[in-house]
Design a protein around this ligand. Structure first.
Ligand SMILES: Nc1ncnc2c1ncn2[C@@H]1O[C@H](COP(=O)(O)OP(=O)(O)OP(=O)(O)O)[C@@H](O)[C@H]1O
Length: 295
């Protein structure tokens, strides 16, 4: 059974309110985020994704509106805000900026030690977190952070968040600046975290391509409101609306749509290039079996 970890109800947020520069970032946003799932927030630039992330992390108040965390109103006087802060870990855009210690071991242990963990406990947490992100502890603990590759820095930043043992981890545009290999590795890492740790993962991105093969649910945002939500295939079935919102369709779907111009029955809700390949093979087999020779 799915439990809601977060629920936003009619949340609004205006930056620089009561100034000539006021910007309405959220305009009555309502959505839910279940536990132990990967939920993606997808929308074009300035649709409000980062503002939602800041609200979930407790950095911005969700008023007017209401934010529920595990069924409790975050703004209620009895709510323990410390519980929210310790339950939510955020990997912000350019997570390299979250690294500030000289060595990997020192950087990842900073959070646990600050929280009062003993040296032995902190060592255990750092070891587990580094192994979880695919950086062997003995190999990496004494490495200088400035000498790491971009992908390794991102992993160290994620390990720093994992070492705090959050119940939910939020990634805000985590692929920015990574090369295709770094992207593939990070996607595999996020999938691994979900599978092995049962973590609740929230993934904010302007790229639908990044999330269709990963997310259980996708919320599509448009100018501070929820446009629509659904499982990846349900979202891809609304290709025309996505294009209207300025969201680029994943490559596999773009190719499938071209194929559909020739074969009207060709499926267009393919999540990955592998699925597209499978759909082409199946379609060809069907065509051959039915003996039809179409263009
Ligand atoms: N600190 C801020 N001060 C003033 N306006 C802001 C601030 N942060 C965001 N905004 C404005 O709020 C709106 C929503 O921005 P937000 O960053 O939440 O959207 P986003 O979907 O994450 O965009 P992007 O993909 O470009 O990061 C935009 O119009 C943005 O200019």
């Amino acid at each position: 059974m799915l439990f809601e970890l977060f629920e936003l109800k009619d949340v609004r947020h205006t930056y620089l309110r009561d100034t000539p520069f006021a910007t309405e970032a959220l305009r009555g946003l309502s959505l839910t985020i279940p536990e132990h799932q990967i939920t993606a927030l997808v929308g074009p630039t300035r649709s409000g994704k980062s503002t939602v992330v800041d609200i979930l992390a407790g950095l911005i108040k969700a008023t007017p509106g209401t934010l529920f965390f595990q069924g409790e109103d975050v703004m209620a006087p009895s709510f323990d805000r410390e519980r929210l802060r310790t339950s939510v870990g955020v990997v912000f855009q350019s997570p390299e900026s979250q690294i500030f210690e000289e060595t990997v071991g020192k950087d990842v242990s900073f959070g646990p030690l600050r929280k009062g963990a003993s040296f032995a406990e902190s060592r255990r947490l750092v070891q587990t977190a580094l192994e979880d992100v695919g950086l062997p502890y003995e190999d990496f603990r004494t490495r200088y952070t400035y000498a790491l590759s971009g992908g390794e820095k991102r992993r160290v930043a994620i390990a720093g968040v994992l070492a705090l043992q959050p119940a939910v981890i939020i990634f805000d545009e985590p692929m920015a600046g990574l090369d295709p290999r770094g992207r593939r590795e990070l996607l595999a890492l996020i999938e691994h975290l979900k599978q092995t740790q049962q973590m609740t993962i929230i993934y904010a991105s302007s790229s639908l391509e990044e999330v269709v093969g990963l997310a259980d649910t996708i919320h599509v945002l448009e100018r501070g409101q929820l446009a629509f939500s659904g499982a990846p295939r349900e979202i891809l079935a609304r290709a025309n609306e996505l294009v209207k919102l300025g969201i680029e369709l994943p490559e596999a779907v773009r190719i499938a749509l071209v194929l559909r111009e020739h074969y009207p029955e060709f499926p267009t809700t393919v999540l990955t290039l592998d699925e597209l390949e499978e759909a082409i093979v199946q379609h060809e087999e069907l065509r051959i079996r039915s003996g039809r020779q179409q263009p």
